[in-house]
Write a protein that binds this ligand. Structure first.
Ligand code: ATP
Ligand code: MG
Length: 194
């Protein structure tokens, strides 16, 4: 594609018009979904961006509570409130009741933060599967999001976000996998994958 000054000018004008039209100011809901790699890191990227403006943030991780996580090491040491789902969580279906309980506990903490007027941003990492598996009720999530403080933004990550959740969100981005190292036999790597 070659550089076309006419097209660039038109594009610039279109962007300026759109910026002019955007008048409403409020916190927003962003969903980062899809099967490609980069959802959780993008979610934490937003948290770091907010922190860089001295905003107040909190993070709930709806994932297996074992194992290290670089972002958690860093942000917790800076005093960012974190809740990581209880270590009892496993992918073994026999433990479903236990898993649901762990998810519910994480959700109770999320609800507290989603009502906190002092928070500018809340990251709900891997929330999507909790809804898919009925560990957390979709309607309750949407109601809680609707009732959050006006200035609060919420970032939700995870594969297969529910249609209704996507409908409610202000921005939905899908990360599409084109290739992934794992499929070439490469091992997950500290710093890159966790
Ligand atoms: P990241 O945490 O690196 O931003 P993610 O949040 O998009 O990735 P998840 O679906 O949460 O990805 O999966 C977490 C782990 O699975 C990561 O270690 C990631 O590298 C790996 N992964 C992500 N996408 C793929 C894929 N398409 N194939 C294989 N492994 C993947
Ligand atoms: Mg993830």
């Amino acid at each position: 594609m070659s550089y076309n000054p006419k097209k660039q000018k038109q594009h610039k004008e279109n962007v300026e018009k759109a910026v002019e039209n955007a008048q409403e100011e409020r916190g927003q809901v962003l969903i980062i979904t899809g099967n490609g790699k980069g959802k959780t890191t993008a979610g934490f990227g937003n948290i770091v961006r907010a922190l860089g403006h001295k905003q107040d943030v909190a993070v709930v991780q709806f994932v297996k509570g074992v194992g290290e996580c670089g972002e958690r090491n860093l942000l917790e040491s800076r005093g960012v409130p974190f809740h990581t789902m209880a270590t009892g969580f496993s992918w073994n279906s026999e433990d479903k009741a236990k898993d649901k309980l762990a998810a519910q506990q994480a959700w109770q903490q999320a609800k507290i933060w989603l009502q906190d007027p002092d928070l500018d941003m809340v990251l709900l990492d891997e929330l999507t599967y909790m809804i898919t598996w009925d560990f957390i009720d979709l309607d309750e999530v949407i109601t809680t999001l609707k009732q959050r403080p006006k200035e609060m933004s919420v970032v939700i990550t995870g594969r297969a976000a529910h249609r209704e959740l996507k409908e409610y969100a202000d921005t939905v981005s899908e990360v599409r996998p084109e290739k992934h190292a794992f499929h070439q036999g490469l091992k997950a790597r500290k710093g890159l994958d966790w």
